[in-house]
Design a binder for this molecule. Structure first.
Ligand SMILES: Nc1nc2c(c(=O)[nH]1)N[C@H]1C(S)=C(S)[C@@H](COP(=O)(O)O)O[C@H]1N2
Ligand SMILES: [Mo]
Length: 198
């Protein structure tokens, strides 16, 4: 398949999923307005199928061990950006501090303004899934999700929830915001799972 737009010559085509083009820009995409976030009142909560609900303040959250990951990101609107780096708390680190109950299979990630996205637990816990506070070594910009965003680079970027505030563990899958509005429940860019039925 021909790429949607011409890719730069120095890009290895093997790194570009079908239908995507490579950009060095960093487009901003979201529904609604960029939220006003007050770090003093910010919290991160985990509920649903857990033995005990958990809550972190911002200081507590960012005090957890940090990791840096390097990844290519792929937006369903067809841009891909290669070699991005993100610093933050690995999803696994958060997971190790909660007690999931038997039967939990998915997470619904939630954010400011009620935005949500669903993920199977295995994808949520993938090696490079991270709650990021830095992009390319600098604090996240507000429009890219400051103070904290999820990054799950192996799925389309709509799963990488900006302004994240918590998780609900679920027995079974449940659509999030975009998934209720026509986007694929899983969203693998290599299988071009953009929309319902793909
Ligand atoms: N909270 C929230 N997170 C979100 C979205 C949103 O509307 N709200 N949009 C998603 C979509 S569709 C994309 S493509 C990416 C865009 O991230 P960026 O603006 O940093 O490029 O954020 C994702 N995370
Ligand atoms: Mo998107």
């Amino acid at each position: 398949m021909a790429p949607f737009r011409r890719n730069p010559k120095n890009v290895d085509p093997e790194r570009v999923p079908p239908g995507q083009y490579v950009t060095s820009r960093f487009p901003v995409l979201h529904v609604g307005s960029v939220p006003e976030v007050d770090l003093e009142r910010w919290d991160f909560t985990v509920g649903g199928l857990v033995a005990d609900e958990r809550r972190w303040t911002y200081d507590e959250f960012v005090a957890m061990d940090s990791v840096q990951i390097r990844a290519d990101i792929h937006c369903v609107t067809k841009w891909s950006k290669l070699d991005t780096t993100w610093t933050g708390v690995a999803t696994r680190t958060v997971w190790d501090r909660i007690e999931p109950q038997d039967g939990a299979t998915h997470v619904l990630v939630h954010a400011e303004h009620g935005f949500t996205a669903n993920l199977p637990i295995d994808d949520f816990l993938a090696e490079r899934s991270v709650f990021a506070y830095h992009f390319d070594g600098e604090p996240l910009e507000r429009e890219h999700g400051w103070p904290l965003r999820l990054v799950v680079p192996h799925l389309y970027f709509w799963k990488s929830v900006k302004w994240v505030r918590g998780l609900t563990l679920l027995a079974g899958d449940q659509p999030g915001f975009w998934e209720r509005n026509g986007y694929h429940m899983y969203g693998d860019p290599w299988r071009e799972q953009r929309f319902w039925g793909d």
